[in-house]
Write a protein that binds this ligand. Structure first.
Ligand code: AMP
Length: 290
């Protein structure tokens, strides 16, 4: 445990619960911002938003092992806890919860210490990021529900950057009657248009330039839609013209912005979502079409 005048860094569930209990007794409103750390201005926008509308803000920093597939970047995922703590303090958060995997899952999943998973609806996870990241959203929902049970927030803040995640979590909150309001914050981008991501750290300068293709494709399909093109195949064709040998497209899809259902034709309730790899780094982005 590390405590400064303004912020506490806690590693155990019991310590967090003690603080929550005191705050609840005082009638304070609590905001939760779940993150995997390596915080950047995108995360900062969520923390700021939380501080504006809640008395106490809890930021969780936890690289959640159960949401990573066997061939994914769990071990090399950036970990920058000292800098994260400083940023959280500057932004007015009251507590950073940074548990170890053992604190969250005992001696591991499928050990005697941890068995129960949240399984989100198949029709929401069998597409987009869930298609290549099998089991990812089970891991996300499970950790988010655990964090919500530990922190018991009035509001929890998520980024539009991971819109499939936000929609799946909203469904979990509705289905399981979790007493929390979900707030979705817009995507924060570099001036170039590149959506901020902790994984951008893996890219070279050249890679960052090549990664601009995501936002360029999204801007282009949106402007084509505004010029009257609603046919999805036609919109996809325009996007393919931006791609070259530096890009490995995983998907470009058009879905309902509330339910993630596939669209036959684009309308004002549609979002475009894209995932592609640059230098082997998997990047995602999305935009509303209206
Ligand atoms: P992560 O640490 O990647 O799990 O992200 C934690 C939260 O920050 C998630 O709700 C993300 O959607 C959000 N987030 C990540 N990048 C951005 C961004 N560029 N703009 C807004 N929110 C973001």
């Amino acid at each position: 445990m590390l405590v400064t005048e303004k912020i506490k860094l806690l590693n155990t569930i019991s310590e967090v619960r003690e603080n929550i209990k005191e705050w609840k007794a005082q009638g304070l409103k609590i905001g939760l911002v779940p993150t995997m750390g390596a915080l950047h201005a995108g995360h900062a926008s969520l923390i700021k938003k939380a501080a504006e509308s809640c008395d106490k803000v809890v930021v969780s920093v936890f690289v959640n092992p159960i949401q990573f597939g066997p061939s994914e970047d769990l071990d090399k995922y950036p970990r920058t806890l000292d800098a994260d703590l400083k940023l959280c303090e500057e932004l007015g958060a009251s507590l950073v919860f940074a548990p170890t995997p053992t604190e969250m899952y005992g001696s591991g999943v499928h050990s005697n210490d941890f068995f129960t998973y949240v399984t989100p609806p198949f029709f929401m996870v069998n597409k987009l990021c869930g298609k290549s990241r099998v089991g990812h959203f089970d891991g996300v929902c499970t950790v988010v529900l655990k964090l919500m049970n530990i922190v018991q927030p009035d509001k929890a803040f998520f980024g539009q950057k991971d819109i499939q995640q936000k929609i799946i979590i909203s469904k979990m909150v509705e289905d399981l009657n979790i007493p929390v309001e979900i707030i979705c914050c817009p995507i924060v981008r570099e001036e170039s248009g590149l959506a901020l991501s902790s994984r951008n750290k893996y890219l070279s300068e050249e890679g960052k330039k090549n990664a601009l293709v995501l936002s360029k494709i999204l801007q282009n399909v949106k402007s084509c839609y505004h010029k009257g093109i609603t046919d999805i195949n036609a919109l996809k064709e325009t996007a393919f013209e931006f791609l070259n040998e530096n890009h490995e497209l995983e998907y470009l899809e058009f879905v309902d912005k509330e339910t993630l259902e596939d669209k036959k034709n684009v309308d004002d309730n549609t979002m475009a979502l894209i995932a592609l790899r640059v230098e082997g780094v998997r990047l995602i982005d999305n935009c509303y079409m209206n």
